[in-house]
Design a protein around this ligand. Structure first.
Ligand code: NDP
Length: 289
């Protein structure tokens, strides 16, 4: 029986945000420029509204400017593109984030492609995805970046470790696999068509769940001592009838098997905004020179 360590993403993200606040203050002092993050929200999706509110609050707390554009759900795609172009041209804006998902009548790829890659703090533009893939400096997607920070804090060097990423989305799975390759892991990307998923997972020294299926990854899929990063955020009905959040990993079953695991909530989630703020400062530094 292994003693399973909890990876406290909430505490890590708090420390990171405190450090960032000092770095932002030093940057403002040196350049006279306040880094600005513009967030575009189209429509009324309640989860997105909560994310955007938290992002705005934490941006201000870090000493940066928060610029929010809330557009009605029926906004025409051309109007969203025109707003993004205006933000590209605005010197007070160093980072642009368009909250996903967008309403069905808007082509998300067209919107993401319109963001200036230098201001693409979500790292979703093909230029940043391509730069990451070929090993050039890039603005890297926030959630995968947060996962790798937690892994390095937990394990030190990741070189030579077997990493299995379950999920191949452009936002999490694929960029995370690229980052783990950059850390010299041996990387497997698994997905809905993978054969013998439990067997593939059991190979992993580092096992990542980025699927969006509550507790799909069972305890006996985990190699004893493996480090488990649970990206999934799934709302399920609790025993009291109220909703509660669970990850993609059966957290209770992982106890005594995994060497370390992130909880949901309080694991990867808080790292995403901390990394977004870090990316905004990086983007501001590059733009101000
Ligand atoms: P997507 O729905 O875009 O991708 C899910 C991936 O999981 C797909 O690649 C899919 O495979 C794979 N998958 C689905 N079912 C299975 C299965 N039965 N077996 C193996 N693989 C499967 O999700 P995202 O990547 O956007 O998000 C994943 C999870 O992470 C969600 O719970 C989301 O809420 C959470 N999330 C958390 C964030 C945070 O902590 N801040 C940020 C972003 C996401 P295929 O490609 O074959 O369909």
């Amino acid at each position: 029986m292994v003693e399973t360590r909890l990876i406290d993403g909430k505490a890590f993200a708090e420390t990171m945000r405190a450090r960032l606040k000092d770095e932002v203050a030093a940057f403002v002092n040196e350049t006279g420029v306040t880094p600005g993050l513009a967030v575009v929200l189209v429509g009324e999706d309640p989860a997105s509204a909560v994310y955007v509110r938290n992002k705005g609050k934490q941006t201000l707390e870090a000493g940066m400017a928060s610029i929010e554009h809330k557009l009605p759900a029926d906004t025409a795609q051309d109007d969203v593109l025109a707003l993004v172009r205006a933000l590209n041209a605005d010197d007070a804006v160093h980072g642009i984030l368009v909250q996903l998902p967008l309403p069905a009548h808007i082509d998300a790829q067209a919107v993401l492609a319109t963001i200036d890659p230098a201001k693409d703090v979500d790292g979703f533009h093909v230029v940043n995805a391509g730069r990451l893939a070929v090993g050039l400096d890039a603005l890297v997607p926030c959630t995968p970046l947060g996962c790798v920070m937690l892994l390095r804090d937990t394990l030190g060097s990741l070189a030579g470790l077997e990493a299995v990423v379950v999920g191949r989305s452009n936002i999490v799975g694929k960029p995370l696999a690229q980052l783990l390759l950059r850390e010299d892991c041996t990387v497997t990307i698994a997905h809905s068509r993978t054969r013998d998923l439990p067997g593939v997972c059991r190979r992993a020294d580092i096992l990542i769940g980025a699927v969006g299926r509550p507790e799909m990854i069972r305890g006996d899929w985990i190699k004893p001592g493996a480090t488990v990063i649970d990206v999934g955020i799934n709302r399920v009905a609790g025993a009291d009838g109220k909703g509660r959040l669970v990850g993609d990993v059966a957290f209770a079953e992982a106890q005594g098997i995994a060497g370390a695991i992130t909880p949901v909530p309080g694991g990867v989630g808080p790292m995403t905004i901390a990394c977004l703020l870090a990316n905004t400062l990086t983007a501001a530094r590059r733009q101000v020179g």
